[in-house]
Design a protein around this ligand. Sequence first.
Ligand code: GRF
Length: 201
Amino acid sequence: VSIAVFASGSGSNFEVLVERSRRQHWPEPISLLVVDNPQAGALKRADRLGVPAISCRPSDYENKEAFEKELLSLLRKRGIEWILLAGYMRLLGSTLLQAYPWRILNIHPSLLPAFQGKDAIERALDYGVRWSGVTVHWVDEGIDTGPIIDQKPVLVEPEDTVDTLRKKVQFVEHNLYPAVVYKLLTGRIQPPDAQSAEEID
Ligand code: GRF
């Protein structure tokens, strides 16, 4: 039983998740990185950390369903029970969502529901918000629309640029995401399906 991280880019969140999981001896290890493009910087980090990685290009498949079926069989073979999206720039389809109900998380660089979708940091800065932040949420079929698990605010200062704001946001991400996952794995946060099971009892 273990965890897979999905990424498309640099993979800084992937790296801190792996480091924290090892330092804190998580009950379920991060045993796989999945990327959807072979250029993802996350691959180099996986190599350095000794985490197995799979690079799977959707354009090599007939459609999203075929792509996700292939992914699903790879995940099942490896006993993956949790999926952590960390800069994965692709909407999940019903094949993966139905196979992992309430077992897929995402991190987003804004205080949702503000600035869903791409370029959230740039858009928050352009909009002139005084506070932005970070959200960890359950993944559903929408773009950053699933139920919120936890959030942390980040102050936007007048002198902030996209680069400085991104640095502040990522610093908060690198603490919040591992903390939420650890709470989930140790039962201090319950998936919504567990809560409803208790209500039925
Ligand atoms: C993060 O800001 C995350 O919130 C967003 O994509 C970015 C990924 O960064 N979804 P990295 O690849 O983990 O460095």
